[in-house]
Design a protein around this ligand. Structure first.
Ligand code: ADP
Ligand code: ADP
Ligand code: MG
Length: 480
């Protein structure tokens, strides 16, 4: 099938692994991907997947990826038709999306109206309730004063969770078991929210003990039709941030009724708000499989990879097509099927025991993976990881016809991933992938605290790693 349409010029407004991922999607669609580099990343690997690139002077995110003035200047000077924001940065900034719309530049994501409605946790929960989704007891919208917040907490009963209305990445969350703890946490949550999100408003929610985080991937087209792509289990977390994700969810397992109900709720919400691009509806499940709407992420998510692996559908391609008004080519929901099992381990530059970020310079990077491994990453030898970078430098993804096969492949892939010069959480993933609770699929969000895989981390010398490194050096010397 040949397409006669003109290629579009797409600005990839992000860095790291997701910038490469978007570059690949642009190429596949025959569009021109335009990458960004800054004073912080002169050799960024994502530029290999772009057809052109532009320079943003400066090192900090404020001077570069978050600087809308610079972004629009670049858009004008380079005849840009569309912007892909990736995740983080401007991806959930409805004012930026609106500015794009006003200037006739396509924002590759939902409309500013959808982002504004759903990216604020208070609005999103109220909307989900109206759409008929189950929600957790908590404040009706933002809470202004600590007195009001205390009153609500006493009504719903401790433990409660304080959340930043504009929150993301696990920041601004505080679990409070008692009234005293609540009073101590309120001000610090407000300060952290203000600093992280430029918005210090907070909400209160009932805290579920040892819950599961399970989310549904959706895609809506411009005509208001929404498809779902099944669920992802994201309950292995540190500091309320995911580190391992899998699809399908072992907790849902063979409970097809629950799976269908959750997928139906996600579609129901998206259609209720006339949603119009990619999104994820996140749910919390208690031990009895009762599920509650948590929030909606109005962007491509880090862990979209596992969904792509089990459905065979390229979600970044799809979201780009929807935004540009092109045909996605999914005839109906029944064409979206899943097969097998996929797991993602987020590879982060951090101490595998304390989980504290560990920036530095990568002195060696080699891979020797089993068949079918996917490694979305931004690594290369000499890469300097500064504290400005997100500590996540790669996503290792394996799949298998059944969960044990995906796990076995992940164990092999982790052994074949060599990163030196910085600390990474690879040794922690190795422990998790052999841990009994994980193997049984019987884990909840308290996994790291309860099972403590950090306690079994081995960071000793491993002869196999020397061979991977030697093979890499030899291959380079041979000009391969
Ligand atoms: P996901 O649900 O896709 O895993 P996360 O909440 O972990 O999303 O965030 C995805 C990425 O975006 C992370 O790298 C995180 O640091 C970043 N991020 C999330 N929310 C924000 C925000 N409000 N501001 C800046 N970065 C954010
Ligand atoms: P963020 O925007 O930072 O992703 P979320 O509301 O999605 O914030 O919550 C992040 C994580 O915090 C969840 O994945 C879950 O582990 C935990 N969490 C959030 N809300 C609750 C709750 N009401 N009860 C228990 N845990 C929760
Ligand atoms: Mg979330």
């Amino acid at each position: 099938m040949t397409s006669k349409r003109e290629p579009k010029r797409i600005l990839i407004l992000n860095r790291g692994e997701i910038a490469s991922r978007i570059g690949k999607a642009c190429r596949e669609l025959g569009h021109i991907g335009i990458g960004v580099w800054t004073d912080n990343e002169r050799n960024a690997t994502h530029l290999e997947f772009c057809d052109e690139w532009v320079y943003f002077s400066g090192k900090s995110n404020k001077e570069t990826y978050l600087n809308t003035e610079k972004v629009f200047k670049v858009i004008e000077e380079n005849n840009i038709d569309a912007v892909h924001p990736g995740y983080g940065f401007l991806s959930e900034d409805y004012e930026f999306a609106r500015m794009c719309e006003e200037r006739g530049v396509t924002f590759i994501g939902p409309s500013s109206r959808s982002i504004e409605l759903m990216s604020d946790k208070a609005n999103a929960k109220a909307t989900a309730e109206k759409a008929g989704l189950p929600i957790l007891p908590g404040s009706k919208g933002k809470v202004e004063t600590v007195e009001e917040a205390m009153k609500i907490s006493e009504e719903i009963g401790f433990p409660v969770l304080i959340k930043a209305t504009a929150g993301g990445g696990g920041r601004g969350l505080r679990v409070c078991h008692t009234a005293d703890e609540f009073k101590r946490n309120w001000d610090s949550a407000k300060r952290e929210a203000g600093k992280s999100f430029n918005d210090d408003s907070l909400i209160i929610e009932k805290y579920v003990i040892n819950p599961h985080h399970i989310e549904i991937q959706i895609l809506s087209n411009k005509n208001g039709k929404t498809y779902h792509f099944y669920e992802r289990e994201c309950s292995i977390q540190r500091k309320h941030q995911k580190i391992v994700e899998e699809a399908p969810s072992p907790f849902i397992g063979t409970d097809e009724e629950l799976r269908a109900k959750m997928c139906e709720c996600a579609v129901q919400l998206a259609e209720y708000v006339k949603y119009d691009n990619i999104g994820t509806v996140e749910f919390i499940l208690d031990e009895n499989k009762n599920f509650y709407f948590l929030e909606m992420n109005t962007r491509i998510q880090v862990e979209h990879t596992v969904t792509e692996e089990i459905t065979g559908i390229d979600l970044v391609v799809c979201m780009t097509q929807v935004a540009l008004g092109e045909e996605v080519g999914i005839p109906s929901q029944q064409w979206i099927t899943k097969i097998g099992h996929a797991i993602e381990c987020r590879i982060c530059c951090e101490d595998p025991i304390t989980l504290i970020p560990s920036p530095g310079k990568v002195t060696a990077f080699e891979t020797s993976f089993p068949q079918g491994t996917r490694f979305d990453n931004c690594l290369y030898r000499d890469l300097e990881i500064t504290p400005d970078f997100d500590p996540m430098v790669g996503k290792l993804v394996t799949k298998g016809i059944m969960r044990p096969v995906a796990i076995r492949k992940m164990r092999t892939a982790l052994r074949g991933l060599l990163i030196e010069g910085i600390k990474t959480n690879v040794p922690l993933h190795q422990v998790i992938m052999s841990d009994e609770t994980f193997l049984e699929g019987k884990y909840a969000t308290n996994y790291l605290d309860k099972v403590n895989p950090q306690g079994d981390v081995q960071t000793d010398f491993n002869s196999e790693r020397i061979y991977i490194k030697l093979a890499g050096i030899e291959a380079r010397e041979a000009g391969l």
